[in-house]
Design a protein around this ligand. Structure first.
Ligand SMILES: [Zn+2]
Ligand SMILES: [Zn+2]
Length: 488
């Protein structure tokens, strides 16, 4: 519950203040008259100490009479930007700003909103109102202020990608390599038909400003803020917040992994252990998950399928697939969502190669297409991994007893000896066959109809999930479990 409250609080803070209908700190009003034609009018206000974000929402009357008011901003020491007549709201933070404006510290003192008047008629009197909102909370940029798509449904995306803000590179015009700008990743995800992509550069927060600038132009592709917390004892993606999360595991500030987990939760983040069975030591420094004392009750997801690992081992299955690691945690009683991520480091990589953007794709049943909605969907666990990154493949599972039902990621109570009927729903995979896994073991139950099978409840908690394989046995998709518990 506390975790939920923290999540709501931080996501609330990440919403632009003017979109939350909070009272402004200043309301600056005035009039523009005929004599103001082709002049500049400074309007000043005093900013106190400790401000981390300043947002301006501006409006005026007289447009019907061809009055035009341009906007700019000066802080006590320097020019902070000019948007002319092209933006009615803008925000400046320490790390990001609306395009046209300069991010950076917001010094206390007298600030000036610059009004330029390219035109007003001699007889016109226009009124303007500037609402100024100040914030004092740490945190990075706000990305999408409202859902990109309303309504519950399956949303397809990639939860692990790097850009030039860490070690991602791509081809230059002349065929050389250069740090890859974030827009290339967004364009590749769009070409792939994805609904969302998390950009997870190593430890830094420097990609969030670029994402905040790109999001309005990519209004069908949700850009999820993430970072790959990269330690000497393993890597974990934290999705959601844009504030810095200290990654220095083993250092005084982050003495153990539970502190790291608390930092991620405190920031409203969702933590996923990446490529847990990757090599460690000098073969791949810090890549495998070896952090002792991990509190798996507080791990949101495990990246069981990593595109880079798939490419390295030449197929979905092999020693680098994280299914056995994940299932061991399920057998220990934890409910952790399995996800996939391309771990892309080159947005230009051909789409038929594992680790290109969207290979694998994680498909999430979410209440809406927003960061809040996607994280809620990941927590709920109605999620499957589509290795090929298709645009239409579906793998879902439901279960029922005489008294209750559950869907993938959910829980169902059943009496000892009671029959639980499962229904797997598959689309976009002709002639594929289902593989049933119970408590980590493959099962061969009798199908009463295509996709329908039953399991008799034992006297201990159990979990059941399905995979999808093609006629050659190649693994196409991994589904998440339904958790069974003995009813009293
Ligand atoms: Zn990694
Ligand atoms: Zn990575």
């Amino acid at each position: 519950m506390i975790r939920c409250l923290l999540t709501l609080l931080v996501l609330c803070l990440a919403t632009p203040v003017w979109a939350r209908e909070q009272a402004p700190d200043f309301v600056l009003t005035g009039q523009i008259v005929g004599g103001d034609h082709q002049t500049y009018k400074p309007v000043s206000f005093d900013v106190p100490d400790g401000v981390t974000r300043l947002t301006v929402a501006f409006d005026y009357t007289g447009r019907d009479q061809k009055t035009v008011i341009d906007l700019g901003l000066m802080d006590p020491h320097r020019f902070r930007g000019w948007s002319g007549g092209n933006k009615r709201t803008f925000t400046l933070g320490v790390e990001d700003a609306t395009m046209s404006y300069l991010p950076g510290p917001l010094p206390a003192g007298r600030w000036t909103l610059l009004l330029g008047v390219p035109n007003t008629r001699a007889e016109t009197v226009a009124s303007f109102e500037a609402r100024i909102f100040l914030e004092r909370t740490p945190g990075g940029p706000s990305l999408a202020a409202k859902p990109l798509k309303a309504g519950a449904g399956w949303y397809r995306g990639d939860l692990h990608a790097h850009t030039g803000h860490s070690d991602g590179s791509c081809q230059t015009q002349s065929g050389a390599r250069a740090p890859c700008p974030v827009y290339r990743t967004a364009e590749a995800a769009t070409a792939r038909g994805l609904d969302f992509i998390a950009i997870t550069d190593h430890n830094t927060t420097s990609h969030f400003a670029a994402m905040a600038q790109l999001q309005p132009a990519f209004d069908r592709l949700l850009l999820i803020p993430g970072r790959e917390v990269t330690t000497f004892h393993g890597h974990a993606n934290v999705f959601g917040p844009t504030a810095f999360i200290d990654f220095r595991l083993g250092d005084a500030a982050v003495p153990n992994v539970r502190t790291l987990q608390s930092l991620a939760e405190g920031a409203g983040g969702f933590l996923s252990i990446n490529h847990p069975t990757a090599l460690s030591g000098e073969a791949c420094m810090g890549c495998g998950w070896t952090a002792p004392d991990t509190d798996y009750a507080r791990v949101g997801a495990i990246e069981v399928a990593n595109g880079g690992s798939e490419r390295a081992q030449g197929g979905a299955e092999g020693p680098l697939l994280g299914v056995a690691f994940w299932e061991a945690q399920l057998n220990a009683g934890h409910r952790i969502t399995a996800i996939g991520g391309s771990d892309n480091h080159d947005a230009g990589l051909s789409s038929d190669i594992a680790s290109s953007i969207g290979r694998p794709t994680t498909v999430v049943h979410a209440p809406e297409l927003s960061t809040t909605g996607l994280l809620a969907g990941l927590r709920a666990g109605r999620v499957f991994i589509d290795f090929d990154g298709s645009r239409d493949r579906l793998l879902d599972l439901s279960a029922r007893t005489a008294r209750s039902t559950a869907t993938m990621g959910g829980a169902l109570a059943a009496r000892r000896g009671e029959t639980v009927i499962f229904t797997a729903t598959v689309a976009g995979a002709d002639q594929a066959r289902l593989e049933i896994v119970q408590d980590g073991e493959k099962r061969a139950p009798v199908f009463t109809r295509p996709g329908v099978f039953s399991i008799r409840m034992g006297d201990r908690p159990s979990w059941v999930r399905v995979n999808l394989r093609d006629t050659d046995g190649r693994l196409l998709a991994i589904g998440n479990p339904i958790y069974l518990s003995p009813a009293p």
